[in-house]
Design a binder for this molecule. Structure first.
Ligand code: IYR
Length: 219
């Protein structure tokens, strides 16, 4: 069922001279370099409108054939958060005590994580991101993981800019999430993002990032 092509319009431009472009890029880098994964949240509520705007930002992401194969489930209900925690801790117990290789556990050891996930209840909101696959009502999507990954990057940036702390949590496998959150079978969990303000005594591992020289190759 070929359907012709979209109408076109001029490419949008943010008009900036070079100096301004560098300044804006540097300011954004500075903001983002202050983002860290947080595992200890205050119970201070987060404004629903900020979550909504950040999700709207995420949903500006490019996607395969512009099919937007994502769903962002914002969970504030304490009972649902409790059930998500329960399901995640069950999987994580398996992970830490059976499934993970020694090599993987060694790589994780410096982060001091374990199967206890109190942040899933303590954070005032969880954003559970799902991939949306083909169903009776949804078309077959393409490049789903790439598309959803880009959207999640924008989501983390949007939340951080608004002053909110986040964690990218991936209990594995995540099959328990769909039934708890009432999602249809064509939606597959991608990541759980607890969102909130850091707890009063929250700390993060004192680590740094590689320098741009180490990660960028110029040819
Ligand atoms: N999903 C587990 C384990 C874990 C894995 C990686 I890779 C991390 O960077 C952090 C944790 C957990 O959440 O504890």
């Amino acid at each position: 069922m070929a359907t012709g092509t979209y109408p076109t319009r001029p490419a949008p431009r943010l008009r900036r001279d070079d100096a301004e472009a560098v300044e804006v890029a540097r300011a954004f880098h500075d903001t983002m370099s202050q983002r860290r994964s947080v595992r200890d949240f205050a119970d201070t509520p987060v404004p629903a409108e900020v979550l909504r705007e950040a999700v709207a930002t995420a949903a500006t992401a490019p996607s395969g054939a512009n099919l937007e194969p994502w769903r962002f489930v914002v969970v504030r209900d304490p009972e649902l958060k409790r059930r998500v925690r329960e399901g995640a801790e069950e999987e994580e117990r398996e992970f830490y005590h059976r499934r993970a290789s020694e090599e993987w556990l060694d790589a994780l050891a410096p982060l001091n994580t374990d199967e206890h996930k109190p942040f899933l209840e303590e954070a005032p909101a969880l954003i559970v991101v799902f991939e949306v696959h083909k169903s009776e009502t949804e078309p077959r999507p393409y490049y789903v993981k790439e598309s959803v990954g880009i959207a999640v990057g924008l989501l983390l940036a949007g939340l951080h800019q608004a002053g909110l702390a986040t964690l990218t949590h991936t209990p594995s496998p995540m099959k328990f999430l769909g039934p708890i959150l009432g999602r249809p079978a064509n939606e597959r969990p991608y990541v759980v993002i607890p969102v909130g303000y850091p707890g009063e005594n929250a700390t993060v591992p004192d680590i740094s990032r590689k320098s741009v020289e180490e990660v960028m190759v110029e040819l």
